[in-house]
Design a protein around this ligand. Structure first.
Ligand SMILES: [Mn+2]
Length: 470
């Protein structure tokens, strides 16, 4: 649903008021989320506060837990600026001077409270949902944070590209194979400042850093029939289209190809795909020409992945340093990424060696216990599903222990979604029936449930899957 001119005017007025609150504060506490969107948002807020000359600190949080609410309510800073988080917890905050720049669905209880208490003005809540927009693709947390930063000072336009990293990190470009709506406004700022170039390209991951054979081999969402997961076929393909894989003994990456080579390969690849997948495989890709070459920071998807791997390993601060242009932080991030890969491959081995994957009629599942970090169990489930080692015709459900219960991750092949499967609804319904909570996307969703309810939960999920899929 598109925002009206009135919505946008109202948003600008609220942004300006929040900007004034930041200017008036002597001290600012920034709290942001640990994923790519949150880290970019945190960096934008950090730099904005710094440029204002404010005494400030940045903290990254996995979520707003009870302790986080307490910390926010009892903090002594004049303003607490919460980025890419917070909208779901507005009714929990009981202090003045809260600024929220988020895009998640707002807390319904807060609006009620707001209408009862006219004077409840302590929270400046900047969220696209409040202005007739959809926060799942029209703008992200870093985007809202950037809009506020720009309201503070138009010179902060040089931070717009970080909001593009956030949007791509949250897959806001997936649905249209391009950023749309307010994300496009942010994008235009980054372009105007010379920080962003928009390419029409294949949308697979790793065009800047992956060896081209692996770029093809690991292509996913959508897959390239015949090439994805088939190393030998990728080499043959390069031969067939007359592209040398190596140059001077080193593997070339996708971006090393000449324009002519790229065109030839792209055409051949799109030809191999079913019609319906081509639009997802090809579209806008975002490049940051001012980032150093070969760092993985010149491509928005790769930049976001670097930040995500920092966050997953509880090292969001390294991600923040990278966003701030500290290239020594890249070494730390690389170590993070290597650890990430090692953890994932050993996790897959653990599932395989211990035969943990169990098949039921309509679902398959495994319980990783505490062997796999809850932050990566979803990735592992997705990789098992696409590895060809299990059935693709039924969804996969994975359990892992977490601090506040059992974390559930569910993944499914897109063909099941085409047949009616909606994992988001299933996770929400099933988890609520056993006293938990959940949600997500149609192909990938998650939940948190009480540890002793796994069996019951699986029964419900299986029922729901069988009733959704024709
Ligand atoms: Mn986000």
């Amino acid at each position: 649903m598109p925002a009206t001119a009135g919505d946008l005017r109202r948003m600008q007025r609220d942004l300006d008021a929040a900007a004034q609150a930041l200017r008036d504060a002597a001290t600012i506490l920034v709290i942001s989320h640990i994923d790519a969107d949150g880290i970019s948002a945190g960096a934008i807020a950090d730099i904005t506060a710094e440029r204002l000359g404010k005494e400030h600190t940045v903290r990254f949080e996995k979520k707003i837990a009870e302790e986080t609410v307490e910390m926010i309510n009892s903090s002594t800073e004049d303003v607490v600026w919460i980025c890419d988080l917070g909208s779901g917890y507005l009714s929990e905050f009981d202090r003045d001077g809260i600024v929220v720049t988020d895009h998640h669905v707002p807390d319904p209880r807060w609006r009620k409270k707001q209408t009862v208490l006219d004077s409840f003005m302590g929270i400046r809540h900047l969220n696209p949902h409040m202005y007739g927009m959809d926060g799942s693709y029209e703008i992200c947390g870093a985007g809202m944070t950037y809009l506020l930063s720009k309201a503070v000072d138009p010179a902060n336009i040089d931070l717009a590209y970080l909001a593009v990293v956030g949007a791509v990190g949250d897959f806001q470009d997936s649905g249209h194979s391009a950023l749309v709506s307010l994300n496009r406004t942010v994008m235009a700022d980054a372009q105007a400042n010379g920080d962003l170039v928009v390419d029409q390209d294949l949308r697979f991951f790793g065009r800047e850093t992956r060896a081209i054979n692996q770029y093809l081999q690991f292509s996913s969402d959508p897959q390239i029939p015949g090439l994805s997961d088939n190393a030998a076929a990728c080499l043959q393909f390069l031969d067939r289209v007359g592209i040398r894989g190596k140059e001077g003994g080193r593997w070339r990456c996708w971006d090393d190809l000449t324009r002519d080579e790229k065109e030839r390969a792209t055409e051949a690849i799109l030809d191999m795909m079913p019609e319906g997948d081509r639009e997802r495989a090809f579209g806008e890709m975002y490049r940051f020409p001012n980032e150093p070459e070969g760092t993985g920071l010149r491509d928005a998807k790769e930049f976001a992945t670097v930040l995500n791997s920092c966050g997953r390993y509880e090292d969001a601060d390294t991600g923040l340093r990278i966003c701030r242009g500290d290239m020594t932080a890249l070494k730390d991030a690389e170590r993070n990424r290597a650890e990430h890969r090692k953890h994932i491959s050993s996790a897959m081995m653990y599932i395989r060696d211990n035969h943990l994957l169990r098949e039921r009629r309509f679902i398959q599942w495994f319980d990783a216990g505490s062997e796999i970090k809850e932050t990566v169990v979803g990735i592992v489930a997705g990789m098992i599903l696409s590895s060809g080692e299990c059935s693709r015709n039924i969804p996969i459900i994975a359990f892992a222990d977490s601090d506040d219960g059992t974390k559930v991750s569910a993944r499914a092949d897109r063909s099941l979604v085409d047949r009616g499967l909606d994992l988001s609804r299933i996770m929400k319904t099933a988890s609520e029936l056993v006293g938990g909570y959940g949600g997500g996307h149609t192909v990938a969703a998650g939940a948190t449930i009480p540890p002793d309810k796994k069996e019951e939960f699986l029964d419900i999920v299986e029922d729901l899957v069988s009733s959704q899929v024709e």
